[in-house]
Design a protein around this ligand. Structure first.
Ligand SMILES: Cc1cc2nc3c(=O)[nH]c(=O)nc-3n(C[C@H](O)[C@H](O)[C@H](O)COP(=O)(O)O)c2cc1C
Length: 158
């Protein structure tokens, strides 16, 4: 039977959405955007300050909607790198689900810091999952994004 793929992501400034869409196209999956009930401030300094506070406090923001992950075998989980970890809405999503028997594959976009602690932090919150090696890309990945994703997917699906 063909495996069912879900691509979930949070984005603040659309880079992670772009990569999520590329992954989703290549794995023929279902796309789901994690949206917090309270949007983060648009201004860079404001969001950086709020994110720092929330991450230090282990805050889990309320989310606008949810998706039943039961039917999916592989769940790609995308986040911007925020202070070297995942954005709090992504942590809230992971914590709210049971990943028993599923495969979780992290990916992130960043401003130069790469995956940082994201791989480990996703592993900690993905209860019961087999977590595969994630993918990171600078910003929106520019015009190389699709080929970089394709190369990574080939590796990870081996
Ligand atoms: C609150 C905040 C914290 C960030 N912290 C980091 C960081 O620690 N390391 C890094 O490389 N980039 C950091 N960035 C840059 C983002 O990871 C990068 O711009 C990312 O591509 C944004 O993704 P998005 O457009 O999907 O929101 C930070 C950005 C924000 C808004």
């Amino acid at each position: 039977m063909k495996q069912k793929n879900l691509v979930v992501y949070y984005t603040h400034s659309a880079n992670t959405r772009k990569i999520a869409e590329i992954i989703n196209e290549q794995v023929d999956g279902t796309l789901f955007e994690i949206i917090p009930t309270q949007p983060y401030p648009a201004g860079y300094d404001d969001v950086v300050k709020q994110a720092k506070k929330e991450i230090n406090a282990g805050h889990r923001p309320a989310l606008m909607s949810d998706i039943d992950i039961a039917a999916y075998d592989v769940i790609y989980v995308g986040t911007p790198n925020w202070w070297s970890t995942m954005a709090p809405p992504v942590a809230a999503f992971l914590e709210a689900h049971d990943f028993g028997g599923k495969t979780v594959v992290p990916f992130c976009t960043h401003g130069g810091g790469g995956m940082a602690h994201i791989q480990k932090d996703v592993e900690k919150l993905s209860d019961g999952a087999q977590v595969l090696a994630g993918f990171d890309i600078y910003g929106s990945g520019g015009s190389n994004a699709a080929s970089a994703v394709e190369k990574w997917l080939k590796e990870v699906q081996k």
